[in-house]
Ligand binder design. Structure first.
Ligand SMILES: NC(=O)c1ccc[n+]([C@@H]2O[C@H](COP(=O)([O-])OP(=O)(O)OC[C@H]3O[C@@H](n4cnc5c(N)ncnc54)[C@H](OP(=O)(O)O)[C@@H]3O)[C@@H](O)[C@H]2O)c1
Length: 432
């Protein structure tokens, strides 16, 4: 029985997990695909480095050609990260008729469409389950499990670092900087946390999800992005008083054939299923016209959870090899790109204003909203001690982005308004 030979690009956190799962679950893999799976060659930067898994030095190489152009290797697993150089390696591997499994969201968000079409041209599989929400099999659920439905909305907590930070801020009432430092000390946040806290990592995952869920060409630049670095403990405390939980949410929704994809700190009712997703965990909420609400929950990162997704993709490749159908499972997007314009994007909004605590101030403010037909769901007004100012916190009913932006501009010009302190999107209140 001929073994399937695998080459790895990278042997770090995820790569070590892949080697471990292939070794530890060899029986199960044999049973599923009918032949042994063997790691043949592994690309690393530094051969002398200590490794998390036992692997002989002869199997390691610093020459990528030993993997991507190795005639003995059937499947290349890319777990090295990076974008431009890695794209070139994967194109060469696909042209050399190697099937590819990758965990690389940075690469797939930018070059996914190109790489998938090169894979199809070469009769190869290119699977990337681990690129979104690590251990949660969300891509396969969209492509297979929900294949018969029309998905209209996805909301994801797809970045563990920001979820950890917001959970701690909410539970302990701590300030952002303090919790970020703790997350860095615990290894949940990078020393340069920009990609996570500014929402860029989540945006890459949402671009991949939107592309698959809506079967539409979506580019990373189509995702509107706002991170959590300006969220304050006061914002969280006021939103809690109104019954909301703050999360960094990726939102992708489709209406009348047009889509919106955004990542932003968002308030969810405490009863919403995503509000209960805490610490570094991830979850993706999917609404399908026929199925209704579904939610997928689990670890978004980590060596073994992510490696599980990678090796499951490998099993998918091997099953296709047995059936002789590799390269035929990637379906090109059905729809050309159609993005919603701001006047067609509707959401509820939370805003915190400091205003002069004087007669008529409140009616000045409310009339700006009513002129644009925007009504309030919740209002809180509190005098600020030892000042002539009051804090006003409002949650509006649904309003278009363009109307809300115009209201904000006019609020800033009002003489009674001291400052618009913060605004957040509110989601998950009843209707989809
Ligand atoms: N970590 C997670 O939980 C997680 C979750 C989901 C997705 N991912 C994705 O999985 C990929 C790998 O992440 P990771 O956390 O495993 O990274 P990592 O721990 O930094 O490992 C990277 C590995 O690739 C090797 N490498 C990097 N650049 C190289 C180059 N130019 N030439 C040769 N070898 C190179 C490194 O070699 P040396 O060991 O010799 O330095 C190392 O073994 C990334 O795309 C990441 O976004 C990670």
């Amino acid at each position: 029985m001929k073994a399937i030979h695998v080459g790895l690009l990278g042997l770090g956190t995820v790569g070590s997990g892949v080697v471990k799962i292939i070794e530890d679950h060899q029986d199960k893999l044999m049973h599923q695909v009918g032949c042994p799976v063997k790691v043949k060659k592994v690309l690393v930067k530094n051969i002398e480095k200590d490794r998390q898994v036992h692997i002989s030095k002869e199997m390691l190489t610093t020459n990528v050609e030993d993997v991507i152009n190795n005639p003995d290797i059937d499947v290349v697993i890319e777990v090295m990260g990076g974008v431009e150089e890695t794209r070139d390696h994967l194109i060469s591997a696909l042209k050399a008729k190697k099937h590819v499994v990758t965990a690389n969201k940075d690469l797939m968000a930018v070059y996914g469409t190109e790489l998938l079409s090169i894979a199809t041209e070469n009769g190869c599989d290119l699977f990337y389950e681990a690129s979104v929400a690590g251990g949660i099999p969300i891509l396969r659920s969209l492509v297979d499990g929900l294949a018969s439905d029309r998905i209209t909305k996805m909301m994801g907590i797809v970045n563990g670092t920001t979820n950890f930070i917001l959970t701690k801020m909410s539970k302990l009432g701590s300030a952002y900087d303090e919790v970020l430092k703790e997350a860095q000390d615990l290894g949940y946040a990078e020393s340069d946390p920009t990609s996570d806290v500014e929402g860029l990592d989540a945006a890459r995952k949402m671009a991949i999800l939107a592309r698959l869920g809506f079967s539409m060409h979506v580019d990373l630049e189509d995702v509107s992005v706002k991170g959590i670095s300006s969220v304050t403990d006061d914002d969280i405390s006021y939103s809690k008083r109104l019954g909301y939980t703050m999360k960094l949410i990726g939102i992708a929704q489709r209406e009348n054939g047009k889509i919106e994809v955004a990542v932003e700190p968002t308030l969810l009712p405490e009863t919403h299923p995503l509000a209960a997703v805490n610490d570094e965990f991830n979850a993706v909420y999917v609404y399908g016209e026929a199925v209704g609400e579904t939610m997928f929950y689990g670890p978004g990162a980590g060596s073994l959870p992510t490696a599980t997704a990678v090796v499951s993709d490998l099993v998918g490749v091997m099953k296709n090899m047995r059936l002789g159908v590799n390269g035929r499972s990637a379906v090109a997007p059905q729809f050309a790109k159609e993005l919603k314009s701001p006047e067609h994007i509707y959401a509820q909004h939370f805003l915190r204003i400091t205003a002069k605590d004087q007669v008529g101030a409140f009616s000045n403010i409310t009339s700006l909203f009513s002129e644009r037909g925007v009504s309030f769901e919740k209002i809180l007004q509190l005098p600020i001690k030892n000042s002539n100012l009051a804090e006003i916190v409002i949650v509006t009913h649904k309003a278009s982005h363009s109307d809300f932006e115009e209201i904000l501009q006019r609020l800033n010009d009002l003489q009674v308004v001291e400052e618009v302190k913060s605004t957040y999107r509110v989601e998950g209140n009843g209707s989809i």
